[in-house]
Ligand binder design. Sequence first.
Ligand SMILES: NC(=O)C[C@H](N)C(=O)O
Length: 580
Amino acid sequence: MSSLGRALSQSRLSRPDASQVQTSLIHREEEMSVLEVSVLVLYTGGTIGMVEDGKGGLVPALPGCFIQYLRTIPFLHDEKYAQDTDLYKRYKLPPTELCVLPLSKENLRVVYRILEYNPLLDSSNMTPADWEKIAKDIEKYYVQYNGFVVLHGTDTMAYTSSALSFMCENLGKPVIVTGSQLPIYQLRTDGRDNLLVALLLAGEFNIPEVGLYFYQKLYRGNRVTKVDCASFDAFTSPNLPPLADVEIDIKINKDIIWWPCKTEKFTVNPQLNCNVGVLRLFPGITNETVKAFLQPPMAGVILETFGSGNAPDRQDLMDIIHEASVRGVIMINCTQCLRGSVTSAYATGQALAKAGVVAGFDMTPEAALSKLSYVLAKQDLSLEQKKKMMQCSLCGELTDDSKKPKLSDSRFIQDIAKSLSINCDEELGAIRDALTPTLVCVAAKAGDIEALEALREMGSDMITADYDGRTPLHIAACEGHLKVVEYLLSKGASVYARDCYGETPLHSAVHCRHKDVVKLLRKTGAHFSPAEIVDAGTKLHSLAASGDSEGLEIWKLAGVDQKPTGVNGEFIEFTACPRS
Ligand SMILES: NC(=O)C[C@H](N)C(=O)O
């Protein structure tokens, strides 16, 4: 067991579902071991940090004011802990950038760095270039932090969170966008709470999505729309329940989280095509208006239609739309209704499809617009491929019911339900949740993909951990079952899951010396934290001293190939000493 593992097992405090926690460092606090998780806050602007400009308007406060203020709020910064544990020195960051939350109920400390943008913007002034900057900053600091919070104005927040969800490809860590309706400096603000919970969600939970947190709900970032400019409850996600409800407990809705299903690393794809627009139809809209809107350089348009995707059934209007489609303009049919999906129920909707308009199903206009901008910029795709991509769910932005296994279809669950006289969905779910995690772990240990597939078909996920916080991926990595590891990754298993000793599947594969598994996990984006790389120095010393070149090679494959410094700061060359 590693020193981290030993120290943790001595801890007296209970822990949350450890598979949801990503940790990096450990410290002793009043005789108890404490895990630190790190979060990067990208502060872009918005009401949360605004002050009165003296003329009755709100403007961003002066640079540096925001963090200075946070450091005065005891539940947002614990200076005593920072001093006692040499926080600023350890993180090599000044107090003007670094804060630490008080100890959470789960015995975790969220250490957060604030990167303040210059200039700070009202989100109405933001453009796709700002989305690109945020995405690139997430990419730049991805390996160093467990999660990210983006502080942003609410007016265009749904556009930014949608765009980020597409630009951040193969995301494996939480990116939580939040802000507030009243400045954080005011007495009755929603900003303090929104920031605090966003930090906890980004640091303590393994939600590999761009989420938007507001007023006790975590939503998928590409499912939201701002619906109220006078209430704290400003956002809604009309076609998807929240990913998490934040009440006395934080309840994560695991069944709808979008787990990444590719063995590919996180990358940012910043290219966007800005020649896109939204055209809201209205009774009596003239042909001239539509024609003018569809002129070059327009490359893609979201048509906001009536009801379930209907437009006036006028042949001359359809001819204009068809002509634009033939010219290569991609048009997406999205409903003006807040809730529901575009269907082919009416002849008026079918006429649009015939004219070349592609169904956008239940995408919000914000998601559809940013997705279109992202898809149009993909130069290696044909027009047909781009249209197809618009109709597929890339990261949960539209509902594709056909892919969701139904609990009621599972014979196994049905048989148990029958013998227990249970017939409501909630109870069926409870049975599944109680039985299947153990079975999945057993199948992973046995290397039995058929059993895993059968369990998945009955609605069990491939991510839930056992009582030790070990996920099926930890177990398969430890056993060296390469095919099972591959299978689990294709079904959403996270390379960042930590067991209750703070170890990831990468640790398991390294300790058990399974080279191919290490390579596959690395390809999928697994990495050690900067602190773990430094800690690995001791291990490398002993491997080198005992002439264990195979052990050194495994660590190198796992990404620990840099030369950490020795006690006196000297570089150490890790080559194995010849065995005597
Ligand atoms: N509540 C807010 O943040 C609104 C502000 N105008 C913004 O979007 O930046």
